[in-house]
Design a protein around this ligand. Sequence first.
Ligand code: SAM
Length: 286
Amino acid sequence: MAGVDFGPRATKELLRQYGVIAKKQLGQNFLIDARVLDGIVAAVNADDHTVALEVGPGLGALTTQLAERARQVVAIEKDETLRPLLGGVLAGQGNVELVFADCLKVDIETLVSPFLQEDDDLVFAANLPYYVTTPILFAVLESKLPLRRAVVMVQREVADRMVAAPGGKDYGVLSVGVQYRGAVQRLFVVPPSAFLPQPGVESAVVLIDCEHRPPLRAPDEETFFRVVRAAFSTRRKTLENALAGGLGIAKLEAADLIRRAGLNPSARAEALSIEDFVRLAEQMGP
Ligand code: SAM
């Protein structure tokens, strides 16, 4: 069904027609603002070499737009009751693989890989459910999929943490985790009025450009994230105390590790750059 209208009136009618009531517990706030949708679609920048992975297609507002531009769309939706509605909205879109599952319980790689051809552009596009934004984001970013970019709508505060630079209160595990995987940019802020039902908070659309990741790589990602989590485990403490507590090692050992990485044991985690964390992980060894 190309060119489906997802404005406020048409969306209410669609919900009524299929007897669907938005489920708060699944973070169902459906996008009803065409300009916001256009902004996301422009950032996704899909063409006939694009495979788009969408989590939470909902009523299909973004899915239909992706299907019109990308070669293939793989959309994973947890809410089985949306099956008849999505089947109707996406009728005739032969390039959409709809999977009804909890995206945190399926192997995303196995679902997407069969559709990937050489030279394809894999893009993750989603208006993420607020209650589970970070786990979904990391499930996709940490997969072995050759992701080129991600365009995600998240709560505005989460967007601020994703783009935060060292030194500020927003800089933490989320900032380091996302920025380690790509160049992160907040594209625009979205008011509650862009959704049905309206959420109680503002949202923002964020672009993660995975082709422009920081050049420094940790030899072992698991160790890298263990160090990052330990460093931020307690914000008031110095780096040596945070690492000693978070990694379960002696304070002297932590101080030695920090010095070998060329850092000051009395520094605070929020002052460290991604490269500093990589150097710390290098000193830890696997
Ligand atoms: N993409 C639609 C839009 O923009 O209007 C809906 C976005 S709504 C904010 C989030 C969607 O994610 C809902 O359809 C919800 O059912 C779905 N969802 C929530 N948790 C999920 C999960 N764990 N796995 C897959 N989908 C999920």
